[in-house]
Design a protein around this ligand. Structure first.
Ligand code: AMP
Ligand code: AMP
Length: 341
């Protein structure tokens, strides 16, 4: 039987690296963290990395890639990996890569993402082709906006043009979408799908803690107007969440449909962790505005497992650990290709 100890688990030091490396260690793997020089302290302090490889910038990933290949390391992609390298560059990674690389291109392009989700019959907020069509509260999102920063809201075409002025002339200012703003509560659903077991698991839920959106309610409406506060959605953290139990069947079905539809997009389909991100309105409709086809940072509160993983596993099971276990099972079954892509 192949020995999983001949393999190492590597990722870049940000986003979900603590959880991924801790989970890998709990499963018995040696771990490697690729760190920007001034950002390595947590990975040393929390003792999750057996080895730290320093780079000046995450973009230098390709300069140290041969080292990872020599170490027989399997690279785990996450939000920062995709954000700093770009979905296109991720495709040229030569080191062993966990998860279907091709799918990252579908999740990181808004048009492709929409095509995929609509094919899976996932309800999505309405899209407006031009500012003149705005007839209800809308959220304007710039492509590649880092973590929701710089989004703005508009209720009418006039409001759009007024608020758009500050972006005029800035790079990429023409690359935006106008989406219906859904009034409800944000819910992010964390899934895991294993090709080895053929099973879809719900790992947990979170809601995001966004600045300043999540603090505007702390001051009176009059003060908000007087201070001319504009809503932005800069992600700063994640808050754990348990949802109404009767919504769970719908969550499983949506996850299944997304997996099924992904088989038409990439060979063998998507596998591993993924997340549906959306808003539940008062009629309990779940509108999805985004899918992440990799581990999301909303799983970070559950390093010791979530209420849902505790139901299924009688041991602490984070998403990071679950994916390390998938890798371990694949190696031991002589089917490593089932987790690489
Ligand atoms: P960072 O490594 O923190 O600079 O983040 C890189 C990208 O990952 C950002 O553009 C964010 O969109 C995303 N990201 C980082 N942390 C979180 C988080 N806690 N929740 C959601 N997204 C995140
Ligand atoms: P995104 O970058 O697409 O993940 O969006 C960042 C944040 O904006 C989300 O976490 C939500 O709080 C909010 N948001 C995005 N799209 C919508 C929408 N269509 N309706 C309501 N809120 C939204």
């Amino acid at each position: 039987m192949a020995n999983f100890k001949d393999y190492k688990i590597a990722t870049i030091g940000s986003h979900t690296a603590l959880q991924i490396l801790k989970g890998a260690k709990d499963e018995g793997f040696q771990t490697i963290c690729i760190c920007e020089k001034n950002r390595k302290r947590p990975y040393e302090s929390f003792k999750v990395a057996d080895k730290i490889i320093e780079v000046d910038s995450f973009k230098d990933f390709f300069k140290i890639e041969d080292q990872l290949i020599k170490e027989n390391a399997i690279v785990i992609p996450h939000g920062s990996f995709v954000a700093y390298l770009g979905a296109e560059k991720v495709k040229s990674v030569r080191a062993m890569h966990y998860g279907a690389k091709g799918i990252l291109e579908w999740e990181s392009n808004r048009n492709k993402e929409r095509e995929w989700l609509l094919d899976a019959q996932i309800p999505m907020p309405k899209l407006f082709k031009s500012p003149e069509e705005i007839d209800r509260p809308c959220i304007i999102k710039f492509h590649g906006a880092s973590g929701g920063k710089g989004y703005f809201l508009a209720n009418t075409p006039a409001e759009f043009h007024e608020r758009f002025k500050v972006y005029e002339g800035k790079a990429d200012h023409n690359d935006y979408v106008i989406q219906e703003y859904i009034v409800g509560v944000p819910v992010y659903t964390h899934y895991f799908y294993s090709r080895l077991t053929g099973e879809l698991e719900i790992m947990g839920f979170d809601k995001r803690y966004e600045s300043n959106a999540d603090s505007i309610g702390r001051i009176a409406a009059k003060d908000q107007v007087d201070a001319d506060i504009r809503t932005t959605y800069t992600i700063t953290g994640n808050v754990p969440l348990v949802i109404r139990e009767s919504i769970l069947p719908q969550m499983f079905e949506m996850g299944e449909r997304v997996i099924e539809s992904s088989r038409k997009l990439v060979d063998g389909g998507m596998f591993g962790p993924f997340c549906l991100e959306g808003i539940i309105d008062p009629e309990l409709n779940y509108y999805i505005f985004e899918i992440s086809a990799r581990i999301v940072a909303g799983t970070n509160p559950y390093i010791h497992g979530s209420p849902y993983t505790w139901l299924r596993y009688n041991e602490p099971m984070s998403t990071g650990r679950r994916l390390a276990r998938d890798i371990k099972m694949a190696i031991e079954a002589g089917k490593i290709e089932a987790v690489l892509g």
